[in-house]
Design a protein around this ligand. Sequence first.
Ligand SMILES: [Fe+2]
Length: 96
Amino acid sequence: MVILVKPGRFYVLPQLSYGYGDLAPLMSEEQLRIHHSKHHMAYVNGANSILQRLDKARKENAEVDIKATLKELSFNIGGHLLHSLFWGNLAPPSKE
Ligand SMILES: [Fe+2]
């Protein structure tokens, strides 16, 4: 599993190694598309938003509620990591 973090772009939604429709009928194309492109993306965007907020606060020497911010950051990074593990454990049905 590769967790992508690019300089200046932070976390990145991983590409799936299969198509959105490849897990049907066990998981519909719509269900997989929403889960990956909306739910997982929300964790990636959430983590990146917090990291940008921390960078801004650091530059401006502004105070941050670090306990609340780290709780929110760990929630979003956790969601990103768990979803990445989940995608890596799924595969289209064997054609054999
Ligand atoms: Fe999910």
